[in-house]
Design a protein around this ligand. Structure first.
Ligand SMILES: [Zn+2]
Length: 187
């Protein structure tokens, strides 16, 4: 499995004007050399024709990290933190953890599914998610994880969530109920 994360551009792909925090924008994904290429446009520059020939296009909002640093920490959930920590790991159990976290974030509507289809290289299924808070684009390839890896990933996720939510007592077991349904069978 492979998870790639890309942020929106800082300025419009057409007029080059810099975006401001929370500004609505239009994002589009093109396929170029078997890879996804993302472009972001301001509302004034976006026309329906720009979506022609793209892999996917959707509305987003610009998230300026310079402003975001001042946002209260509660906008960042433990589940999101657990996902981003594990997302770029090469370890398969960490990948399973990230995969499960992504599915839960999708259920909680923190991640919005942009598109699910075959990858440009035709060799794997790929799901594109937009993180509603950070406007990051997340590309998740078909994980092909074994049942054992999924189980280990689930245990790691529960342990990490427990640590993040109860920083004082890291050794008490966490209940599955507090995070909703984590018995995910999707793969
Ligand atoms: Zn523009």
């Amino acid at each position: 499995m492979e998870i790639k994360i890309s942020r929106s551009a800082r300025s419009c792909a057409a007029c080059a004007r810099e975006f401001v925090h929370e500004e609505p924008l239009h994002s589009a994904i093109r396929i170029q050399d078997l890879a996804f290429v993302r472009e972001d446009f301001c509302d004034a520059c976006w026309t329906a024709e720009r979506a022609n020939g793209t892999f996917s296009a959707w509305k987003a909002r610009f998230f300026d990290p310079r402003v975001a640093e001042q946002e209260p920490p509660e906008v960042f959930s433990p589940l999101r933190q657990a996902f981003y920590e594990a997302a770029e790991s090469e370890d398969r159990e960490q990948m399973a953890k990230a995969y499960l976290a992504a599915m839960l974030l999708r259920r909680q509507k923190v991640f919005r599914l942009i598109k699910e289809s075959d990858a440009p290289d035709g060799e794997a299924r790929v799901a594109l998610f937009a993180d509603r808070i950070g406007d990051r684009l997340i590309e998740v390839r078909d994980p092909n994880l074994t049942a054992g890896e999924m189980q280990a990933g689930r245990r790691l996720l529960m342990e990490r969530l427990n640590q993040l939510e109860n920083p004082e007592s890291t050794d008490s077991p966490v209940s599955a109920e507090s995070h909703g349904d984590v018995e995910l069978q999707e793969a």
